[in-house]
Design a protein around this ligand. Sequence first.
Ligand code: AMP
Ligand code: MG
Length: 317
Amino acid sequence: MSAPMTRDPAVAAACLVAGGLVALPTETVYGLGGNALDPRAVARIFEAKQRPFFDPLIVHLADRSWLQRVAQNVSPLALRLAEKFWPGPLTLVLPRTSAVPDLVTSGLDTVGVRVPDHPLTREVLRLADCPIAAPSANPFGRLSPTTAQHVAEQLGDRIDLILDGGACRVGVESTIVRVEGDSLILLRPGGLPIEDLAPFAVRIERPTTVEEQLPTAPGMLPQHYAPRTPVRLWKAGETWPEGRRVGQLLLSGTADPRAAACEVLSASGELVEAAAGFFEALHRLDACGLDMILATPFPERGLGVALNDRLTRAAAS
Ligand code: AMP
Ligand code: MG
């Protein structure tokens, strides 16, 4: 039986305060929320998602003034970024306080925090009056949910409530950075284009090897964000897998006549529009009974960086 759905933030807040698990709409993707300061609620999040304990959760705040509830020694650069980009799709990894259970941070001495840009969920945060730990509301490693319906299908029988706030506006997960002095380490490209961060940091470093990424950002696992159907990266002109039922994922343009199904993300080739519909399109292709999905990489700029990151991980599964 699937969890009930509501549009009432007060009902969602009451459920969270009582230790429940609530799927919450954000501008990026739907999150699976629990009281971040209640280790039992946090443990239930890992259990529901079958998420490994080494993968830390992002903590959601109602606004900047809540930072001191979970973080300490917040640097001037981190404060400037929070002021400029919150609410919004930017997660800051900061030194944590002892109020945050180890389970939330996988034992790290840092915590990932952000203020989500969705009116219903911010109202839930204010009413519940507690920071909310919320990874994406999907089983570990699978496609992220961008509608309440996706959550119901993938996780509905394991959670207490779904707050329906419509389709997610941005459509890919937040950009995650660790702030170190006046430089930023990019841990995950996401809904805030890296170009937007450039004016704020002297240096933006991007870890290149999996070993560099692993200890601090397991969301960067090489295999992640995957539909059940195998995904392959494919460019026009490359060999077509004959005799297979193939679906295509394209930014713009038209389907190859050999494709059994095709999703075009933006007729005009706009990356913002493409990101908003990206996971939805993969969910639809995944339901078509295909042998494989051929995905054409995006231009490596703006939200295209995050989209290529998700494609590469989907293709690694
Ligand atoms: P998800 O909410 O499923 O998109 O994943 C959250 C991701 O945030 C994790 O997989 C990590 O990559 C990242 N994260 C959360 N907290 C930390 C932290 N303290 N240090 C580094 N990365 C973090
Ligand atoms: Mg996730």
